[in-house]
Ligand binder design. Structure first.
Ligand code: PIR
Ligand code: CA
Length: 311
């Protein structure tokens, strides 16, 4: 059975690369794209998703729907320091010609999962987990039907929002807790892994040599995103979100351990921290996995091949 993915995202420079990887890789199929407030406002990230779909020549039958405009309990928070005012500053993008799906993202997620075979759909969230949490509450039967959830967020004793909290989990920790505790298989692709998925000058020249419009777009994305990350002392910018898609395509790229996982919801200094219990072997019933590393070179080989297959 082909692995069909729902990409739930807040594009976002690295979200854009995740979409392109999924669009260009022959091993996976995009079932739907849904958006969530995060890197920028819901209107902006939704427009960005439509523009990326246009650029990548994505099949117009793949539905794209707009989702939650803010986290479950907390005020909306964005990341213009890294993604700019548009959420995708840097490249020039085509005007979208396709229409949004009229459904709310949460409804599209539920409809897509319930209309598919059990185990057919993999959820790949690369933004706050608001939409996925709402979908679980609105239609709990999706928990049994989804094959697995592979999300970008969290980390083990590492943070980019607080000292121990990562942006996607920190801006909507309650949603992350709902998704992590739901009982379906969950793989957390956190900062431990994604901070290894970096664009070195060597990787950059490999991408520049691909020669497609999509690859040129990634280059323009990385010019802005790399400069933004340089301000915060990163010599090579980490590209978080496509590591999720890469893990689905080739699980041997990412080093994961099965471990009990929880989200801190009451911490004074640690709100939104993901707490993985790595002390001993996980109990039989544990269905959460934590990524601890990625093979950067092979990861980019996958991205290169995908970009070479796209317009
Ligand atoms: C947020 C992001 C990236 C960098 C910073 N500093 C803040 C976004 C990315 O799109 C990714 O999904 C996640 N959130 C990384 O924390
Ligand atoms: Ca993201």
């Amino acid at each position: 059975m082909t692995r069909r993915l729902i990409l739930d995202c807040d594009p976002g420079h690295d979200d854009a690369i995740a979409i392109l990887l999924a669009a260009g890789d022959p091993g996976v199929e995009i079932a739907a794209i849904t958006t969530v407030s995060g890197n920028q406002s819901i209107e902006k990230v939704t427009r960005n998703a439509l523009q990326i779909a246009e650029l990548a020549g994505l099949d117009a039958r793949i539905p794209i729907a707009q989702g939650a405009h803010r986290p479950l309990l907390r005020e909306a928070e964005h990341a213009p320091e890294y993604h700019g005012e548009s959420g995708l500053d840097g490249p020039r993008l085509p005007e979208p010609t396709r229409a949004l799906d009229p459904r709310h993202a949460v409804q599209l997620i539920i409809d897509t999962v319930m209309a598919s075979e059990p185990g057919e759909i993999t959820l790949v969230p690369t933004g706050a987990l608001t939409n996925i949490a709402l979908a679980v509450r609105l239609e709990p039967r999706i928990v049994e039907r989804v094959r697995e959830v592979v999300f970008m967020g969290g980390g083990v004793h590492v943070g980019n929002h607080g000292p121990f909290s990562e942006f996607n989990v920190a801006i909507d920790p309650e949603a992350a807790a709902i998704v992590i505790d739901a009982g379906w298989p969950v793989t957390m692709i956190g900062l431990d892994a994604t901070h290894q998925a970096v664009v070195t000058p060597e990787i950059r020249s490999r991408l520049d040599a691909v020669g497609t419009r999509s690859a040129a777009f990634v280059g323009e994305l990385l010019d802005f995103y790399g400069a933004a990350y340089a301000v915060y002392g990163f010599e090579h910018p980490p590209v978080h979100d496509p590591v999720t898609v890469a893990q689905v395509i080739d699980p041997t790229l990412v080093r994961t351990v099965r471990a009990p996982l929880a989200v801190e919801l009451t911490g004074t200094h640690t709100l939104g921290m993901t707490v993985a219990d790595l002390r001993a072997e996980a109990p039989e019933a544990c269905c959460t996995w934590v990524a601890l590393g990625v093979e950067n070179d092979r990861f980019w080989t996958l991205v290169e091949s995908a970009l070479a297959r796209l317009p």
